[in-house]
Write a new protein. Structure first.
Ligand code: AGP
Length: 624
């Protein structure tokens, strides 16, 4: 997730762009840049590997004089480590076309290879740069270079060149494009990444979200997928990707800038809970079908031979990432691959038993967790290969691991991890199915069915999120409770642990997750009359046993809330129900965690806790 901005009007463009980027920094902050057109000197470009303040200082040394059109970008790296070369905006070979992009171009490698063959010179490792050179190629193809320098000739041709380039792209993009020969027009396009146009008086804006321009105008048009906009200082025209005009009526934004950064949500955590369909979609994008097992080889250079030869997997992680690892164990072992999971901080003594026959999977959102890094170094010292699952390009973990599979969730601002967790789960499912195909532990037809069910999950998460009001009511009912117990079996047992951790983290109340089958071996003694017990009871081969465990808890006075699907609901007797859509049991953690995240959020909200920055916690624990 990155932040893009664009401006065209009467003011100095860089002033507006930098102001907007500062408000978009929550979307990504590993590098940033601006580009504009100086009427005398042509293209103006400033980029830094760092925060927007550093960019501002760089611009001050060499300001864009008289430039009233420009684009800007603040980056959350997905392809190419954070560096000035990889920072946007990116330019074509002639430094005339310049572009900023938010999203993932799935087919950038084949586009780049084709352009390299025709002589284009690339300066970065990003997928984005392939787009700007493709536009350059389309401009050449339209013979625009020979056209008279009249805007009424060049502008339609520039539009057509960008439109043709977009037609070849696969993946997600929100982009803004400038051409030095067309200073009177900015082009924007949207496909699966947000893009909004701000409509001012004698000036217009482009941004990833309204927070970038709200201080200048509250009038906005949200582009739809498959649409482009030709933005001039006193007009905006909208088109579909076929070049046909479309109409839009502006809306008036009711938020202030601070609310806008949170997308209108009260906290980043709630915003990030609601971003989870997109987190799963982006993490699965381009990684499932066709299931030939070579996707991992191609994307992360993970040799299929290594996967065929390993005798097992050892997952190491901390906190919520550890819970993702626990789910991963059920998934890998479902396909016959023996898997162990350890807290990274407890792994030391076990490091000596790993060797080249064991693949280490290190899970870490930040890629900076000291415990995890230390455990990775110990595992490598024992000869094991390390595959990292992380959300942060350029993090220390990515430099120490042998292979890296990125989750594509964008920066997670809330200290309590939600969308990164579900991205980690999605990554586990991707690895497990490819490992199973490579090791011939699954029939092709079953693998395709699994992949197709997995691809439905983003929409099912959206449906689970629609149950938010029901969760709120139950949370408010229990808001004053001093203890919470979460129980579940099998692949949802880690979700019980995660639900308990979420409450502890953000509302500072005692909560415990337990294997439902284990309760009768002692812990059931803690249940008192009226104790809130949340039980994951979705359809599974263990459902009748979970139903028994719920009865055992009720018999000791517990007030049980059951997380059910429309089928299991009939078999469970509880005081409260939260329903999630039914999916295959093996995929159910992707849905059952949603109401537990919301439950923890609403409990903390009722207790007026500092939800995004809970006491005593840090987003990344860089000490052991
Ligand atoms: C999760 O809500 C917590 N913030 C914490 O448990 C976190 O998951 C843990 O510190 C690991 O962080 P990492 O994923 O960045 O390594």
């Amino acid at each position: 997730m990155c932040g893009i901005t664009g401006y065209i009007g009467e003011k100095t463009a860089t002033d507006i762009l930098v102001d907007g980027l500062k408000r978009l920094e929550y979307r990504g902050y590993d590098s940033c840049g601006v580009a504009g057109i100086n009427p005398e000197k042509g293209l103006y470009l400033k980029r830094v590997s760092g925060r927007v303040d550093a960019l501002d200082a760089l611009i001050a040394k060499d300001p864009l004089k008289k430039g009233t059109v420009g684009i800007g970008h603040t980056r959350w790296a997905t392809h190419g480590v954070p560096s000035e070369d990889n920072a946007h905006p990116h330019t074509d070979c002639k430094n005339e076309v310049v572009l900023v992009h938010n999203g993932i171009i799935e087919n950038y490698l084949e586009i780049k290879e084709q352009l390299l063959r025709t002589g284009h010179k690339f300066k970065s490792e990003t997928d984005t740069e392939a787009v700007v050179h493709l536009i350059e190629e389309k401009i050449k193809g339209l013979n625009v270079s020979g056209a008279a320098a009249r805007s009424d000739v060049l502008e339609p041709m520039f539009f057509e060149a960008v439109r043709r380039a977009i037609a070849e792209l696969k993946g997600s993009f929100a982009m803004a494009v400038l051409w030095a020969r067309c200073p009177g027009m900015l082009l924007a396009a949207r496909q699966h990444s947000p893009l909004v146009i701000g409509l001012g008086g004698g000036e217009n804006f482009i941004a990833s979200d309204v927070s970038a321009f709200l201080k200048y105008t509250k009038k906005a048009v949200f582009l739809n997928d498959g649409e482009m906009a030709a933005v001039k200082k006193d007009s905006v025209l909208y088109f579909n990707f076929q070049g046909k005009k479309v109409e839009h009526s502006p809306v008036t934004i009711q938020w202030d800038s601070t609310m806008a950064e949170k997308g209108g949500y009260k906290h980043f955590m709630l915003k990030e809970i609601h971003e989870q369909p997109e987190s799963v979609e982006n993490t699965l994008r381009g990684r499932l079908l066709p299931l030939k097992g070579d996707i991992l080889q191609r994307e992360i250079n993970l040799p299929s031979e290594l996967i065929r030869n390993i005798k097992g997997v050892q997952i190491i992680a901390c906190g919520t990432a550890y819970h993702a690892g626990l789910v991963g164990r059920y998934v890998f072992e479902n396909f016959g691959l023996p898997t162990s999971v350890d807290f990274a901080s407890e792994f030391s003594d076990r490091a000596k038993i790993v060797n080249k026959d064991i693949l280490i999977i290190a899970v870490s959102q930040s890629g900076e967790t000291a415990d995890t890094l230390y455990a990775v170094r110990e595992a490598k010292a024992s000869g094991a290969k390390v595959l990292a699952i992380t959300n942060t390009l350029g993090s220390t973990l990515t430099r120490e691991a042998d292979y890296v599979l990125y989750t594509h969730c964008g920066p997670e601002i809330g200290v309590a991890s939600t969308k990164a967790f579900i991205g980690q789960l999605a990554a586990m499912y991707v690895l497990a199915i490819h490992f199973a195909v490579i090791r011939k532990n699954i029939f092709d037809a079953d693998a395709r069915e699994y992949a197709n069910e997995l691809l439905k999950i983003p929409r099912l998460i959206e449906a689970a999120l629609e149950g938010s009001d029901a969760v709120l009511k139950i949370a408010e009912h229990f808001a004053k409770s001093e203890h919470f117990l979460f129980i579940a079996r099998h692949i949802n047992f880690p979700i019980a642990l995660e639900g308990a951790l979420k409450i502890k983290e953000i509302s500072y109340v005692h909560a415990e997750g337990y294997a439902a089958g284990e309760m009768k071996h002692g812990p059931i003694a803690i249940i008192y009359k009226g104790m809130p017990v949340l039980a994951v009871a979705t359809t599974s081969k263990m459902l009748s046993l979970v139903a028994n465990n719920i009865e055992e808890a009720k018999a000791r006075g517990a007030e049980v809330t059951a997380i059910v699907d429309e089928d299991s609901r009939k078999l469970i007797k509880a005081s409260h129900y939260i329903t999630v859509p039914r999916t295959a049991e093996i995929l159910s953690p992707l849905l059952t965690v949603i109401p537990l995240q919301l439950f923890a959020y609403f409990i903390a909200l009722a207790k007026k806790c500092d939800i995004d920055k809970p006491r005593n916690l840090a987003k990344s624990v860089t000490v052991r």
